[in-house]
Design a protein around this ligand. Structure first.
Ligand code: F6P
Length: 340
């Protein structure tokens, strides 16, 4: 068989180990792999590179993606869709492995509906793909945010300040939730919960009076009412560029004004997305990449490799693309148990 592989959407640690697993698993059964560059753009514009086992053996600890990524939607225009199908035919691909989050996997589903022999591998630092317990990228990216919060704790304590750490995560609060819990924030704000300014200020005051400083973790996707900074700019899949809203800076302004406590904010942004994948992500990415190849060899196109408990398995793309997976009430309850 001839396999194609691509990585689409926002990059995250684990993409390279997943590519590596695809290539090595395919090679194990005597199959070859070609990598398409910059996500669906590479299939649309027919830009690729061969991927031999020797090209990927050293990728296990490398962040980013050697194939490049983009947020190209290949089905936004019919002529682009035709070009994708033409590239697949020109390369005589027997199977395509699309590694990505909701957007990349939706495009894979559309390709499957049009007769494409495609399987998916879920990834995203946001951890918001349904049908899988975890997506790789999340643990590594969140560990970076926890490290940042610990550093902010030192300086907040020295200066008796409140500090806000704004983290990524788009419309799912998993990154903020895990950062808040693992980093010991006094308040954690996630998009799944209506913003309550009075409660937030009360927690900040309580933390400052108890030990002289306060730490707040805010997800970029929370709604503070006023959309400061947003230009309304959207990507090809229609998502607003949330970091422009600067919710961390706005929160800092409000806290300082209401409490008189000197307040600063830090936006971690893309620092979260780089760096080597952590242990969990290396292994998950490897298992899912290999599973995707097995699904293709078994002719199970239109499926996506997922983790359920200790097991990796294939489920229909439709099942993974129902609703994004967001933070549930039991997690919020735990979070509130730990707040100042
Ligand atoms: O989906 C992953 C993610 O990192 C989100 O958490 C964030 O909102 C978005 O990508 C940022 O996108 P970009 O890299 O295009 O600025």
């Amino acid at each position: 068989m001839k396999f194609g592989v691509l990585t689409g959407g926002g990059d995250c640690p684990g993409l390279n180990p997943a590519i590596r697993a695809v290539v090595l698993r395919a090679a194990r059964f005597g199959h070859e792999t070609v990598g398409f560059l910059d996500g669906w753009k590479g299939l649309r514009d027919d830009q690729s590179r061969p991927l031999r086992p020797t090209d990927v053996t050293d990728l296990i600890s490398k962040g980013g993606t050697i194939l490049g990524s983009s947020r190209t939607n290949p089905f936004a225009k019919e002529e682009d869709a035709a070009q994708v199908l033409a590239t697949i035919a020109r390369h005589h691909l027997d199977a395509l492995v699309a590694i990505g989050g909701d957007d990349t996997l939706s495009a894979a589903r559309e390709l499957y509906r049009r007769g494409g022999r495609v399987v998916g591998v879920p990834k995203t630092m946001d951890n918001d793909v349904s049908g899988t317990d975890w997506t790789f990228g999340f643990h590594s990216a969140t560990a970076v945010a926890v490290d940042a919060l610990e550093r902010l704790r030192d300086t907040a304590g020295s200066h008796h300040r409140a500090i806000i750490l704004e983290v990524m995560g788009r419309h799912a609060g998993w990154v903020a939730l895990a950062t808040g819990i693992a980093g010991g924030a006094d308040v954690t704000l996630v998009p799944e919960e209506k913003y309550d300014e009075a409660a937030m200020l009360e927690h900040v005051r309580a933390a400052v009076s108890a030990r002289g400083y306060a730490l707040v973790v805010a997800s970029e996707g929370i709604d503070l009412g006023a959309r400061r900074g947003s230009t309304g700019a959207k990507d090809e899949f229609g998502h607003e560029l949330l970091r422009e809203r600067d919710v961390g800076a706005e929160l800092a302004r409000r806290i300082q004004e209401a409490t008189g406590v000197e307040t600063r904010s830090a936006q971690i942004g893309h620092i979260q997305r780089g760096g080597p994948p952590e242990l969990f992500d290396r292994i998950l990415a490897t298992r899912l990449g290999a599973c995707a190849v097995d699904l293709a060899i078994a002719g199970r196109f239109g499926e996506v490799a997922v983790l359920r408990g200790p097991v990796v398995l294939g489920i229909p793309l439709d099942e993974a693309l129902g609703q994004p997976k967001t933070v549930t009430a039991d997690w919020l309850d735990l979070l509130h148990t730990l707040e100042a």
